[in-house]
Design a binder for this molecule. Structure first.
Ligand code: KG4
Ligand code: ZN
Length: 338
């Protein structure tokens, strides 16, 4: 069975073709132009999706050496995300479904990230812990099966990616700042500045990152009233990254121990962070567990993870359950339990 998956919840337009759970293509077009505005502009994002979605879809079919007539079902992200962006993907999928008489499987974007570790690593064993860290979410999940999971904790304010992006902005770095902080951090000393690790030792699995940004702002204003000298940027980046990564690693490891899982999966854009990958893999190994970090194209926003989960939903419920095209999109949905 071949699935055509569409993802357009934020600023990536993506289409993927899967043959059962095997990814044949995963085309991702990133809207890099938002950089000049310092963040994603929702109206511009939906217009850009609209312009490119047909092309991205055709390319994904071509790369998969597949024609639309060979497709059995369409998968599309319907929640959560920017409403205009979700509407573009969902309406495009509905158009194709009507024209080619195909069922549509509506997929929750965060659930897509949640299971992205299973795409390339079929050995991964339930139950496991997944840490979804992106520009919009920081959530720690306990995952028992493809249709049973619970949220152990989430951020009370900024997401981890937001913390990276906002502190990067304070340092004069362009959006998205996460990859730049990562790059400079490799050249700096993470112990140089002791930025706070908020909620690291709180009894729950929640996070808070907005205070870090404030600490960095005060520090920069006090220390560098005339601007930050270039040579100090690597140490500040390394110290900021360490403050964010330490909290993420601490809580993920704590959850892995308490829930006695073998695997800790990381997903979402921030899971590209080299500091997080190294520290979490190390900490997991020390307690006899394994970190699973999907390939970058499966970590960032992408349609392959949407198609993969759609395949699992079809296996569970059957194709006939997805003939109703009367679904809507939802900007905020994040299910606490499934
Ligand atoms: O999952 P994603 O592509 O989009 C959503 O937010 O859903 O994540 C984007 C976020 C941005 O905040 C970006 O700065 C962050 O992921 N990011 C990183 C790195 N690469 C991307 N943060 C830290 N280090 C990185 N290498
Ligand atoms: Zn995402």
């Amino acid at each position: 069975m071949k699935i055509l998956a569409i993802e357009s919840s934020c600023d990536e337009t993506s289409a993927s073709v899967l043959d059962n759970t095997q990814v044949l293509s995963n085309v991702i077009s990133s809207q890099i132009f938002h950089g000049k505005y310092g963040g994603v502009v929702p109206e511009l994002a939906s217009r850009a999706h609209n312009q490119i979605i047909s092309q991205v879809t055709l390319e994904s079919l071509e790369k998969a050496n597949t024609t639309i007539d060979e497709i059995t079902a369409i998968a599309v992200t319907t929640e959560p995300g920017l409403i205009g962006s979700l509407i573009v993907g969902s309406n495009f999928a509905k158009g194709l479904a009507i024209k080619y008489n195909l069922p549509i499987v509506p997929i929750n974007h965060i659930e897509g990230h949640l299971f992205s570790g299973c795409i390339e690593d079929p050995e991964i064993e339930f139950p496991f812990i997944t840490l979804v860290v992106s520009g919009g979410h920081t959530v720690l999940f306990y995952v028992e099966s493809y249709n049973k999971y619970s949220i152990l904790g989430l951020t009370k304010d900024d997401a981890a990616g937001e913390a990276f992006d906002k502190t990067a902005k304070l340092l004069g770095l362009t959006y998205p700042g996460g990859p730049l902080i990562d790059k400079f951090a490799k050249l700096g000393n993470p112990a140089k500045y002791d930025f706070p690790r908020y909620m690291m030792h709180s009894p729950d699995y929640n996070f808070s990152f907005s205070g870090l940004k404030t600490s960095v702002r005060y520090y920069v204003q006090k220390t560098y009233p005339n601007g930050i000298p270039e040579e100090d940027i690597p140490d500040i980046c390394a110290s900021v990254q360490a403050a964010i990564v330490d909290v993420l690693v601490f809580k993920a490891i704590k959850a892995a121990k308490e829930y006695k899982v073998k695997h800790i999966v990381i997903a979402g854009g921030v899971s590209a962070n080299s500091g997080l990958r190294i520290k979490l893999a190390d900490a997991a190994e020390k307690i006899g567990k394994k970190m699973v970090a999907p390939n970058m194209s499966l970590c960032m926003d992408n349609a392959a993870m949407i198609g993969f989960l759609a395949q699992k939903r079809i296996e569970e419920k059957g194709l006939d359950s997805f003939k109703n095209l009367n679904f809507t999109v939802n900007s905020t949905a994040l299910r606490a339990k499934r």
